[in-house]
Design a protein around this ligand. Sequence first.
Ligand code: KG4
Ligand code: ZN
Length: 345
Amino acid sequence: MIVLGIETTCDETGVALVKDGKEILFNTVATQEVHEIYGGVVPELACRRHIDVLLPLVQKALGCISHIDLIAVAHTPGLIGALLIGVNFAKALSLATKIPFIGVNHIEAHLYAAMMQQTPPFPALGVVLSGGHTELLCIEKIGKYHLIGKTCDDAIGEAFDKTAKLLGLAYPGGPEIERLALEGTARFPFKSGQVKSNPFAFSFSGLKTAVFYAIRERTLTLQEKADVAASFQKAAFSDVVKKVNLASQQFPVRSIVMGGGVTNNQTLRALMKESCRLPLFFPPPGLSLDNGAMIAGLGYHRFKEKGQDTWDLEPLPRSLYYSSFVCELPIEAPRVEADVAPQPL
Ligand code: KG4
Ligand code: ZN
């Protein structure tokens, strides 16, 4: 079964062809450099760029293949205008060709990226580290998850982007901080926030504010900037590693599945490999950041499970559910004394 995947949730236009949920036949991402000078994504500009590039990318994809069986589109979560473009494009293509379409959750697809070419032992601990989300989940199988903890303020990628902006670095800030941190010493005692009610929840806004106070009204040398970047990155990643390790002890999980743009960071990958006892699954090269292949791949599984979507499929800027069949509680309760009751996603 060949699936066309369409990704337009934020500022990348991704189009891919994936066979049977695994084999990538075509995968291309148009990155929008237009946002760089603004230090963040400008939704109106993102929408205009999606409109410019989506049709030519899909034409290019369809030019390499004799037929497709399904159109999968990321319909949640994301910028509403950007989602509308992808969803309406998928519906129009489906209407014209009579090929079925299906909506896919973008965050679930980030986790699927690491499971596309290898199947981890389940249940697995899912770790979402993206620009808009930071979450720990128990993955019972593809399509069945329950939430253990999430950020109560900034997502980790957002904290990287905002800290980079404070340091005068370009957008997106994650790769810039990673590069600069390699030159620096983590000598500033920054710390990520802890959430009293849930040891598996995250808080990164205080960390970013600590950077702001440490550097305000000062002109930093390049070395000082590198030291700040290294200190920030160390504080953010040690918190992730600590919570991942705690969750993997407290929940009966057999592997760790990482997803989202921040997992592109090689320092994080090395740290996780060094400190986690369970088998680790990262997205393969090119699949950490937003892309259409993860959407096509997950679309295949969703279709097998529940069939095609109908015209009332809506773009949802915030998603409550990863999939319609999630959030039962088959996994044994955590062994910590804390408020960690699973909640709907
Ligand atoms: O998952 P993603 O592509 O988009 C969302 O769904 O949000 O993640 C984008 C985020 C941005 O915040 C970006 O700065 C961050 O991932 N990122 C990184 C790295 N590459 C991208 N953060 C740290 N280190 C990196 N190498
Ligand atoms: Zn993403």
